[in-house]
Design a binder for this molecule. Structure first.
Ligand SMILES: [Zn+2]
Length: 446
């Protein structure tokens, strides 16, 4: 008998290793997962595995479904501190009259740390094991992620106007690259270029980012075609739609992780499919800001890689990936007038493998396969809201709530055990967020 670190024995397992079009053989019963040094080293039936391996840590998971950890493909984690700060407004008014002024008043390293810790606590308790972030002080975000033991891609943010993080495009890029360099030995956190949006970043820095991203083979994370207003403004200012401008600047390729994409012509869907552009779909943020609706069904049919993100907690207003999967499926059906659009399995695929592919992490995470990191969540289906169990995939996407996520592992380390976080002091994290909330509310009143 071979001794191993950990053996998990879930009642059901959804490995998400098949293509999203196939639903067959995606749910396995009575499987066992062997974990050693943070990596999945063997998979098989409970009987086979227990005949070959032994461990001091054999975890029985009756009535649980084990899936890959969820990947929140687009968020601004520190913005949890601005959750509910300004609601029910269109994007540009929400940003320019509320969010940007609040950020210029409050954002500093302590704000980022408090907000990111709050976000990570919320995400881990909802089954998210990896997040793709875009915000100021990515070095602080990276430190919080490493301390909490969650996988992350932090954004090397670039925006034309000065902020507390940097004064101009050159400084944004150089501070971003320094953050990336400092992370080169990290096993959990890496960095992507994150020019904020076509309407906030001018041609010169975008050209430089295009060149650097090619040289470094690094993803580019950017809000693109979020609203009709953005497209109209670009047409008036540059004489072309943002996607055409990005193409001319050399950004429209497989490295681009384009967030939102609610305004697309059929020819643009063909182009992004050809170029291998990834779409980071944020259905709840798009609905809440009435930004428009992303044509996910048409994109999936064209072969576009789609990932799912929550966006920041100030435009959603939570970081609940189970809720986001449900919204993605329901919205796709409504938009395309087709009830078979974005099946439950397609949403689960987008929230796991889709996210991993967009970030270039498809060989590391996103599915339960031998050789990949043990990034996993176990959801308890014994709750009345998820009974009876005909199809665990359907239950996860259409019925389960995140309070049923009982256990989470990142790189084999159990970071959530029976709903308790093992790497984060939840009480202290919430207390700190409350303190910031009071300070920000006082500042607004005065
Ligand atoms: Zn965003």
């Amino acid at each position: 008998m071979q001794s191993v670190e950990q053996i998990l024995l879930p009642e059901w397992m959804i490995p998400v290793s098949e293509k999203p079009s196939s639903l067959e053989n995606q749910v396995f019963k009575d499987q066992a997962v062997v974990i050693d040094n943070g990596v999945i080293t063997a998979l098989g039936s409970r009987r086979e595995i227990l005949a070959q391996f032994q461990s001091d840590s054999v975890v029985e998971l009756p009535e649980h479904v084990l899936t890959p950890g969820l990947i929140n493909a687009h968020t601004h984690s520190a913005m949890t501190l601005l959750r509910g700060y300004a609601d029910d407004l269109p994007l540009m008014e929400w940003l320019s009259a509320h969010i940007w002024p609040a950020e210029s008043k409050w954002v500093n390293e302590a704000f980022i740390s408090a907000g990111t810790n709050l976000a990570i606590a919320e995400m881990l308790r909802g089954g998210t094991t990896c997040f793709n972030d875009m915000y100021f002080f990515p070095d602080v975000t990276a430190r919080c992620a490493e301390q909490a033991g969650i996988r992350a891609t932090v954004g090397m943010i670039v925006i034309d106007f000065p902020t507390v993080w940097a004064k101009d495009a050159d400084e944004y890029i150089s501070k971003g690259l320094a953050t990336r360099d400092a992370l080169r030995h990290s096993s959990l956190v890496n960095a992507a270029f994150a020019p904020h949006a076509p309407y906030t970043v001018s041609d010169q820095p975008l050209e430089r980012i295009a060149t650097l991203a090619d040289e470094l083979d690094c993803p580019i994370h950017m809000h693109v075609h979020e609203t009709a207003h953005e497209v109209e403004e670009s047409t008036a200012r540059y004489g072309m739609r943002p996607l055409e401008r990005l193409e001319r600047l050399g950004i429209l390729n497989r490295r681009l992780c384009a967030v939102h994409m609610t305004q697309l012509l059929p020819a643009e869907i063909e182009t992004i499919a050809e170029r291998g552009v990834n779409v980071l779909h944020c259905p709840q943020s798009n609905l809440k800001l009435a930004s428009g609706m992303c044509p996910v069904d048409a994109m999936l049919q064209a072969g576009v890689n789609v990932a799912i993100g929550t966006d920041g907690a100030s435009s959603n207003n939570d970081l609940d990936m189970l809720g986001e999967m449900q919204q993605a499926s329901l919205l796709a059906k409504g938009v395309s007038d087709n009830p078979s659009a974005m099946s439950a399995y397609q949403s689960l695929y987008a929230a796991t493998m889709g996210g991993a592919k967009s970030l270039g992490l498809e060989n590391t995470t996103g599915s339960i396969e031998v050789g990949k990191a043990a990034d996993l969540m176990a959801v308890d289906l014994s709750d009345p809201s998820t009974q009876p169990v005909f199809n665990p995939v359907s239950l996860l996407v259409y019925s389960a709530s995140r309070s049923q996520v009982n256990h989470v592992w990142v790189a084999g380390k159990q970071v959530l055990q029976n709903r308790t976080l093992t790497t984060i002091d939840l009480e202290e994290t919430v207390l700190e967020a409350k303190g910031w909330g009071l300070k920000i509310a006082d500042g607004r009143a005065s």
